[in-house]
Design a protein around this ligand. Sequence first.
Ligand code: HEC
Ligand code: HEC
Ligand code: HEC
Length: 432
Amino acid sequence: MTSPVKIGVGLLGVMLVGFVCALVFFFWPHGLPKVSASASQPRGAELIARGKYLTTAADCEACHTAPGGQPFVGGLGFELPFGTLFSPNITPDDQTGIGTWTDAEFVRAVRTGVGKHGEDLYPAFPYTSYALLTTDDILAIKAYLDTLAPVARRPPENELLFPFNQRYVMRGWKLLFVPSAPYKPDESKSVAWNIGAYLVEALAHCGECHTPRGLMFQRKQGSALSGGSLEGWTAWNITPDVKTGIGSWSDEQIKSYIWKGFAPQRGPAAGAMRQAIDLSLSHLPESDIDSIVTYLRSVKPETSSYPSTAIVTDPTPASASEPWMPVDGPSGLGRKIFAGSCASCHGWDGSGQNSPRAALAGSHSVTDETGKNLVQVILSGSSDSTGTAASAMPGFARALSDTEVAALANYVIGHFGAKRGTVTPNDVEKAR
Ligand code: HEC
Ligand code: HEC
Ligand code: HEC
């Protein structure tokens, strides 16, 4: 877990490296190399369809849409330790969007994080992954975005503190941490493996959330996909490590989770993962999902940077319970709240009453001693984008106090995870 102090030190590192490299780079203008599609790039309707598929797989919409706003119009706020950054409008509006951008400018932005006027973009825009996209694919994305209705709307002004509002601070960082060449297929591997690698590493940018970050906010590629954190959530270890990763999951479970949003005996997806599934992964063809599974199976198994999260396969209190009747001992506040607010949907045995997605048994969230995702879900609830009541959970932020949420979370971790939860009222206050 990254403590605020560490982030502080990390930012200092970014600043220092940034300033040093800025000296070197300051008079070195970003070139704008000519770009053109290869002979194999499709044309016309086929190109637009390809662009739409790529835009979906890259989930551009997730970040370029404000809550309740029109897709791709931007305005979503990113809370950084040094202020708030807003995503820009990427509809083809001439004044407020990317209507006047040339192909070369667009490719440069997506691959190297440089804006239209040569300004450096913050890596909240995951060009660290998109740098691996082929030129053809980036141009196809632009061709698709160009077909959207232009919407004239400017996002709010960024509120970033000096010196982080000096964009050139990013230059040194980018030099160190952005891949310099697009993805090269590995001829020794199958076609499916290569499609999976391209999806995981470049398009669907799984590592932006699932790879731990170092002091300078860089992804630690040495332990890629072994678990990261974002916005108060833990993005679990998805390497084939058996104890702390998804090594013990079946192919079918992985497939169901990333495509449908839940997996039998592994629980549902919530938070940013639920959104990635709703907007992006659930729209991909089955063959792509199979390719992702093939690739994930092949990456280096790594022990999680969150050691507390090892799954307990037989959490006795829950597995000995009946759906409507718990067997376990400790009475108290947490158990009382679970009985009143949770058991009717989830069941005391975690089998789920109202929807297969309400099956909590085996979910990582309820076996993690720190209860991070559990607390987030209790506070905010969870639903897919259809928002149908049958498959949704309401948030309890207003109904329950910090002390109640902490007691409930620790009870849930004890009952479903057979572990001692360590959630304090203070943790809950911070998560609100
Ligand atoms: C994880 C969030 C995220 C995703 C996913 C994302 N973006 Fe962005 N994007 C941002 C943010 C934040 C900025 C603003 C960065 C800045 O101001 O420094 C940005 C900036 C941009 C810009 C520069 C626009 C300008 O006016 O300067 C373009 C172009 C862009 N994104 C296109 C895309 C495309 C195309 C995709 C999908 C392939 C995509 N983005 C996916 C967050 C995201
Ligand atoms: C925007 C951030 C984000 C992106 C991108 C993302 N994930 Fe996740 N992922 C999460 C979070 C957060 C969770 C935890 C969700 C929960 O506990 O309900 C998660 C959970 C998972 C899990 C469940 C693991 C477990 O032990 O329960 C799998 C599998 C997974 N993600 C695979 C992927 C794959 C494959 C990709 C890319 C195709 C991906 N994720 C992209 C944030 C992300
Ligand atoms: C109205 C039914 C309902 C109630 C009441 C309810 N839940 Fe849920 N819960 C669900 C559903 C459905 C999901 C799956 C949501 C999704 O797929 O987005 C879920 C998801 C979860 C998850 C996410 C698991 C994961 O792996 O990310 C946790 C944890 C959870 N609920 C705990 C609780 C607790 C604790 C309470 C009591 C405060 C509670 N729920 C009350 C229906 C409910």
